[in-house]
Design a protein around this ligand. Structure first.
Ligand code: PHE
Length: 334
């Protein structure tokens, strides 16, 4: 009996898991276990020895059962702790960084321009970037084979198709769709075969058109001065210079007083004190003829500006190519 007890207590030293423990349980308490066969052997003892020997076996059984229960709850506890530890989340780990974008300075400037005109009652018109020669030139009074077409370095797509060189074709498309009064702006991408510090083959323009009875050059002036004062500040000087475009007559080039030197003359304004900002003029009656507007009854003005140029001035950027290089260090600054 003592031998069984000793062997049990030596066995439990190597019990490290619930699995080990159930092996031990089988070995001592199972159907073919040590204590069970000891019980069976009782019958071979003389009758008078049976009660006391039986009691010894039962006492040992009680002891072993208690010891196994004790071990079992200890092991369950530590195995649970182990599991909790291995499944725990390390909430001190820094989160995954997702960089998020920002509005491109060109889009930002474009939105700013559009918002000012929308507040003045202009709606927004769009047209295709791959454009028919008819809309890009013909209906804008650029005669075929006329040198005026060379003012703009055109990308040709086919015999009668070009990448639009300006947003002015949208004037014609917009007028074809409706009768006066007409008042819209047309923002969008335009293309010219040109590349240097101030030119990229793709750039953005915002066109403007207003047609109604009694529209005069004074209206044009009023709208553009209001726009320029909102864009560059209410004190900004504005000047109109005579110019030429086939689709406007008379035509003007509109300048603002240099925002860098305040008119004193600097590198940006090339010493003149003025910065050229947009082209404008009264719609040439020839254009109205193409869209069948009555030239006796209606008059209109149109204007067009380059968005990159305005953004370059607003943000003091001297190389236009920076806008299109996708250098995050440049773009982050806006
Ligand atoms: N389309 C002209 C250009 O790209 C600008 C312009 C628009 C001029 C409307 C007059 C009227 O240079």
């Amino acid at each position: 009996m003592t031998a069984i007890k000793d062997s049990f207590f030596s066995d439990i030293k190597s019990v490290n898991s619930l699995n080990d423990l159930s092996g031990l349980k089988v070995k001592y308490l199972g159907k073919k276990g040590v204590l069970t066969s000891e019980m069976k052997s009782l019958s071979s003892l003389p009758a008078d020895e049976r009660p006391s020997y039986g009691k010894k076996i039962n006492d040992l059984k009680t002891l072993i059962e208690a010891e196994i229960d004790r071990l079992e709850s200890g092991l369950k506890n530590s195995e649970m702790k182990q599991q909790l530890l291995s499944e725990s989340l390390d909430i001190t780990l820094p989160g995954k960084y997702t960089p998020f974008g920002a509005e491109h300075p060109i889009n930002r400037t474009l939105t700013e321009i559009v918002d000012i005109f929308v507040k003045m009652g202009f709606s927004i018109e769009e047209g295709p970037e791959v454009e028919l020669d008819y809309y890009n030139f013909e209906a804008l009074n650029f005669p075929k084979n006329h040198p005026a077409r060379d003012m703009q370095d055109t990308f040709f797509v086919g015999d009668n198709t070009v990448l639009r060189t300006h947003t002015s074709p949208v004037q014609v498309r917009g007028m074809e769709k409706r009768r006066p009064p007409v008042r819209f702006i047309a923002p969008g991408k335009v293309y010219r075969c040109d590349a240097d510090m101030t030119h990229t083959p793709l750039f953005h323009q915002v066109e403007g058109l207003m047609v109604d009875r009694h529209v005069t050059f004074s209206n044009l002036k009023g709208i553009l001065v209001t726009f320029l004062h909102q864009m560059f500040g209410p004190e900004t000087p504005v000047r109109f210079r005579p110019s030429f475009f086939p689709f406007t007559e008379p035509s003007a080039e509109v300048d603002i007083g240099c925002i860098f030197c305040k008119g004193a003359g600097c590198r940006v304004c090339k010493g003149s004190g003025w910065l050229e900002i947009l082209g404008a003029g009264m719609v040439n009656p020839r254009v109205f003829e193409y869209v069948e507007y009555d030239t006796e009854e209606f008059a209109g003005f149109a204007f067009g500006m380059g968005v990159e140029r305005i953004a370059m001035l607003k943000y003091s950027i001297d190389d236009i190519r920076l806008f299109f290089e996708n250098d995050i260090r440049f773009l982050r600054q806006f």
